[in-house]
Write a protein that binds this ligand. Structure first.
Ligand code: ADP
Length: 589
């Protein structure tokens, strides 16, 4: 595992180790040097003492006077706290300042004595078992005419030297310790000075990561860190600008998406929702906060699921209509296209939903209308053709048949005429409405009703039907007299056609709040509830045979609806089978 120590714990111990190692090296080197200087000095002092004795010893060698030699040794050694020994050429000790020479063993094997007998200054440091101390021995040869006749050796315990060196070493160690503590404190503060700006940078980058991009790093005061801080500040400000523009773009995109009339759902390749707009949520009666939720869970519609499965699996652009049921049936057009990521690879599917219920209904109505017109025209034409052929095939010879067939042909021609007149009327109203050519004039509605009633009176009288207009007050409105009269005639005509003899038709005109209400109430056959919704469609008839017998074209109510709509009003029906119907016109004042 990686050790994630703080930077200070990487820098500070290295400083400490360097300081301590330097101190140890310095004290080791110094104590070595001091020791060498001490030993050299001791050696030279011992050699000087030997040289000072050389003359006296040489004088007592020929003739050999061991007692005098020993006395010289004792005299010098006693004064200088140095042990002086004189060794003769065969190794025997002639004098010694510390011991009795007669009890001392042969000294020819001592390294300093060996060196001195070879005409060099001998030097040796060793532990003396005789004195139980570490000693330095320096020996010089005493030269005579016969060569080297003796060796003078001076020796000094060097425990004092060692003691002195240890004292110095302790001093160095204490000084070193003091320096180490000082170096520790200083290096700790230096480390802190290096790491503090870095720590500040770390905290600042954490702030940047949290989105506080307005925060700025202080300048740490060292050129490298200054450059880094400047670079980080620049990065933050550029990020701030970029994120700002991304947010603006996202808000714009969200605004576009949420204000779209079309529903939009973006899905990933696992059919999870990436985005859904309000319109799509409204279409499927679900929440718009469904990001990450599977479409299978969010929207329960098998037609949609199989459409999406096909679009996602086969990665193709598709279009289809599906049905959904809310309070009524809606037809929704769906189009799917592949959704590409920044690397140009498909990342899902974009589905656009359009409510095409009205368009599809209009399309179906148009289809039905063409079919209906053809059918309505074809029926009388077929009859006319049949009778003409019968006449041509010889029936014309019989005058009674000819008269009868011609009157039937006339009836069908009249019917064709009526249908064509009504179709032309309907198209005229539509065109007038579209081109705003309707001639609105302030008119008393009572006059318009009276006119329509007088035009229908004859037909009503033929069936002993009474027409009773009721006016509570004088009401005027801006209307097209010709068109509104036409609408009233159509409604009266229907009321007469679909009522039995001896009944009454009531017309009621009144103002309710800011509306004008005109009711046409009959006590006729009535209309079953299931027909009410489609009653105002072109060629829609409740009972085809009855309508045809009564001379109806199936266009009367469609014309009424258009006229009322062109006046900014609407028409409703309330009817009970066997009891009669009420057609209520609502016009704005
Ligand atoms: P038509 O020329 O067949 O009368 P309309 O469009 O005027 O065509 O009427 C459509 C159908 O509505 C009629 O065929 C009839 O069945 C029904 N209808 C219209 N007005 C009445 C009414 N006052 N009473 C009963 N049925 C009516």
């Amino acid at each position: 595992m990686k050790n994630n120590y703080r930077l200070i714990w990487h820098i500070f111990p290295s400083y400490l180790i360097i300081t301590i190692v330097s101190l140890i090296a310095a004290s080791w080197f110094m104590s070595g040097t001091i020791r060498d200087i001490f030993l050299e000095r001791t050696e030279s002092s011992l050699k000087t003492q030997c040289l000072l004795l050389e003359k006296q010893i040489a004088d007592n060698l020929d003739p050999l006077n061991m007692a005098a030699i020993d006395a010289e040794c004792n005299k010098t050694g006693g004064n200088a706290q140095t042990r002086i020994t004189v060794v003769l050429s065969h190794g025997k000790v002639a004098g010694d300042s510390e011991k009795n020479p007669s009890v001392m063993d042969n000294h020819l094997d001592r390294p300093e004595i060996v060196s001195a007998f070879s005409k060099k200054t001998g030097r040796s440091i060793r532990y003396s078992s005789t004195l139980g101390k570490k000693m330095m021995y320096v020996a010089i040869p005493v030269l005579s005419a016969e060569g080297i006749s003796a060796v003078i050796r001076a020796s000094l315990p060097i425990t004092a030297v060692d003691k002195e060196i240890r004292r110095i070493q302790v001093g160095i160690a204490l000084g070193g310790l003091f320096i180490a503590v000082l170096a520790t404190i200083v290096s700790y503060f230096i480390s802190r000075r290096i790491t503090r700006p870095i720590e500040e940078m770390r905290l600042s980058s954490e702030k940047f990561a949290k989105g506080e991009l307005g925060h700025r790093l202080p300048q740490p005061g060292t050129s490298e860190l200054d450059t880094l801080a400047k670079a980080m500040n620049k990065m933050a400000s550029e990020l701030e600008i970029k994120i700002g523009s991304i947010n603006t773009q996202r808000n714009e995109y969200e605004a576009v998406l949420s204000s779209m009339i079309e529903g939009v759902i973006a899905l990933d390749t696992n059919e999870n929702i990436l985005n859904i707009n309000q319109a799509a949520a409204d279409i499927f009666n679900c929440s718009p906060n469904l990001k990450g939720v599977s479409i299978l869970e969010a929207v329960r519609n098998t037609e949609l699921h199989s459409f999406l499965k096909d679009a996602i699996v086969n990665r193709k652009t598709k279009e289809s209509d599906i049905k959904i049921f809310k309070n009524k049936e809606y037809i929704i057009n769906i189009r799917s296209t592949l959704l590409y990521g920044s690397n140009k690879k498909p990342i899902g599917t974009l589905v656009v939903f359009n409510d095409v219920t009205t368009i599809r209904q209009l399309e179906s109505m148009r289809r039905d209308f063409v079919g209906n017109v053809s059918h309505e025209l074809k029926t009388p034409l077929t009859a006319i053709k049949g009778f003409v052929e019968t006449l041509l095939n010889g029936a014309v010879e019989n005058i009674d048949d000819t008269k009868r067939f011609l009157s039937i042909i006339e009836k069908h021609v009249n019917r064709l005429n009526l249908i064509i007149d009504d179709l032309l009327e309907l198209s005229k109203i539509e065109q007038m409405d579209e081109r705003s050519e309707i001639n609105f004039i302030e008119t008393r509605l009572k006059d318009v009703i009276e006119n329509a009633v007088s035009l229908c009176r004859e037909k009503a009288n033929a069936k002993q039907i009474k027409i009773e207009p009721e006016y509570s007050e004088e009401i005027s409105a801006r209307i097209d007299v010709y068109l509104l009269e036409q609408a009233f005639i159509n409604l009266l005509d229907n009321a007469i056609k679909y009522s039995n003899s001896d009944s009454t038709i009531t017309i009621n005109l009144e103002r309710v709040e800011n509306k004008i209400k005109i009711n046409f109430k009959d006590r006729g056959h009535g209309i079953a509830k299931k027909h009410i919704d489609r009653l105002f469609e072109r060629f829609y008839r409740v009972d085809k045979a009855r309508s045809r017998d009564a001379g109806g074209t199936g266009l009367g109510l469609a014309i009424v609806k258009h006229i009322i709509r062109a006046h900014g009003g609407h028409i409703t029906v309330d009817s009970t089978v066997g009891k009669g119907s009420v057609f209520e016109i609502n016009l704005p004042v």
